[in-house]
Design a protein around this ligand. Structure first.
Ligand code: ZN
Length: 174
């Protein structure tokens, strides 16, 4: 559960071009910026770049995001800085759902932490996918022990591992 405190909201159409500009203009600079009179926020996170590059529709359920909000999580840090969160409203329930950047191939399964391996996803779909990926990661962990125990040649293990990950993901994520 998040415990976000909201400062204000801002339209997606205003924010996305700023993320793209930031990416071009400040490639090597990491600095918080203020949008109009907003609290200063980073615009160059992988999460925000994913929204700008891959769009603001959940690849899982097709929910379209509706707005960005300047929010901070004060649960563990009283003066935590603000950041931009992307939210969508579920039509049937009216519930506001946070969006995130999903790793297409989970980092725990060897996926990279860059734009080639991220996609836009709502947190509902992301948490379902994460649970399935954790199960796959656990099976792989057990299989690795088994393969080594029964003397599968070390040189063949990476290929065997990749093949099994692909098979298992295909089975659980369809
Ligand atoms: Zn979704």
């Amino acid at each position: 559960m998040n415990t976000y405190t909201r400062h204000s909201i801002i339209s997606i159409g205003v924010v996305l071009p700023l993320i793209q500009q930031q990416e071009l203009a400040r490639k090597f600079e990491s600095k918080r910026v203020s949008i109009n009179d907003s609290p200063p926020v980073f615009l160059n996170s992988l999460r925000l770049k994913t929204f700008a590059e891959k769009g603001t529709v959940c690849v899982g359920c097709g929910l379209s995001a509706d707005y960005f909000a300047f929010e901070r999580d004060v649960k563990n840090r009283e003066n935590a800085p603000y950041h931009l969160n992307l939210w969508g409203i579920r039509d049937n329930s009216g519930r506001h759902i946070l969006f995130t950047h999903d790793h297409i191939l989970a980092k725990s399964l060897g996926g990279t932490n860059d734009l080639t391996n991220t996609q836009t996803m709502c947190c509902d779909c992301n948490s379902k996918k994460s649970q399935q990926e954790q199960k796959v990661a656990k099976i792989i962990e057990d299989l690795l022990k088994l393969w080594r125990h029964i003397g599968v040649p070390e040189a063949t293990i990476p290929e065997l591992k990749q093949f099994t990950i692909n098979k298992l993901l295909h089975m659980v994520l369809v």
